[in-house]
Design a protein around this ligand. Structure first.
Ligand code: A3P
Length: 337
């Protein structure tokens, strides 16, 4: 009996000790974040001034509540509209870019693609619906969302401009032919999952009547980056765009992430220690801290089908003049063929 009491006591002490240690670790982490990101903003809630005399009981209660929330700093946690958007391009590496940027403590991400500006039904739901889709954040943090369809949807630039004309726009691109193959591979996988057949890539990209590149095929059209960018430039100056090299993000992500940090005017934070190469996945994965690591889902980094080299060359020749124009407009040159 005495032994079981001792055991019970030891168990309780162990639980209490663990709780105390856990709390200490939690507070230490908070303290660390505060040290790195001092929360200097201490705004009174909207409509209440610190100098307002506390005439009524109601007002006093509100003030007490406000002080309580102030203590918890909870009123500082809000849902903010994005200050930067990854507008595309589909299969450029948009997910990897968003996940990697969210390693930065000043960045919070919308986990899902929101499709607010490209989907008429969602757009009709209004800006508050959009804000509601955003994660909670502190005022010093910036919210970023990604919806790759934005880049190729005609209505989107004007709609984003109406929300925030000074928003920062991130566009991640890959060598256009590789991107087209990646796009095809994604659709092919979807068809196979539904036990449906699908044409070969070579059959889709070449117009059988003319034997020329089939510009009606969406995977080809999406890779003509200038076509879409020129439309965006009717609404935003080129300085508001930052082009990310999606091929380099795969092989050596850090330099690309440093460029984005600079563009977003964020303090330099993301380092090599946040990224590690996972040989099994064949891609870089994310390291949040000494406990949490994460690789992207298996749907990112599919094996592409072999493509007839002559068709590949034909596509590359087709994209070449558009690429030259893209370099000229953006001021960023790639080693694309
Ligand atoms: P593939 O599946 O063709 O290889 P998106 O997120 O815009 O759909 O882009 C998907 C692409 O992101 C993938 O295309 C993959 O090559 C690329 N990518 C870049 N960095 C990656 C990473 N660290 N892990 C997985 N995929 C990554």
């Amino acid at each position: 009996m005495l032994l079981s009491q001792q055991q019970w006591l030891r168990q309780r002490l162990f639980v209490l000790g663990s709780l105390a240690l856990g709390s200490l670790l939690f507070l230490a982490t908070l303290e660390r974040l505060q040290f790195i990101w001092p929360i200097t903003v201490r705004l009174p809630p909207a409509g209440v001034s610190w100098h307002t005399p506390l005439h009524t009981l109601q007002h006093k209660q509100a003030h007490r509540l406000k002080l309580h929330r102030e203590k918890l700093q909870m009123h500082l946690v809000i849902k903010q509209l994005p200050r930067a958007i990854i507008i595309g391009v589909r299969k450029g590496g948009t997910r990897a870019l968003l996940e990697m940027l969210s390693l930065h403590p000043a960045v919070v991400k919308a986990s899902q693609e929101v499709h607010f500006f490209d989907n008429d039904q969602n757009y009709a739901r209004g800006i508050d619906w959009y804000r509601e889709k955003m994660p909670f954040s502190f005022p010093h943090q910036i919210t970023i969302e990604k919806s790759p369809a934005y880049f190729i949807t005609e209505e989107v630039p004007e709609r984003i401009f109406k929300m925030n004309s000074s928003i920062k726009l991130l566009l991640i691109v890959r060598e256009p032919t590789t991107r087209a193959v990646s796009d095809y591979t994604q659709v092919l996988e979807g068809k196979e999952r539904k036990n449906k057949t699908y044409d070969k890539f070579e059959e889709l990209v070449i117009d059988t009547n003319t034997c020329e590149v089939n510009t009606k095929y969406k995977a080809v059209r999406t890779s003509i980056y200038t076509k879409y960018l020129e439309h965006w430039l009717k609404f935003f100056p080129v300085e508001q765009f930052h082009v990310v090299d999606g091929d380099r993000l795969i092989l050596d992500p850090l330099p690309e992430l440093k460029l984005v940090e600079h563009f977003l005017k964020l303090p330099s934070w993301i380092s090599q220690s946040n990224l590690y190469f996972n040989a099994t996945r064949g891609f870089f994965c994310l390291r949040y801290n000494f406990i949490f690591n994460k690789c992207l889902a298996g749907s990112k980094g599919r094996i592409h089908p072999d493509v007839d080299p002559s068709i590949k060359e034909k596509l590359q020749r087709f994209f070449h003049p558009f690429n030259q124009k893209f370099y000229q407009i953006t001021g960023r040159t790639f080693n694309w063929p």
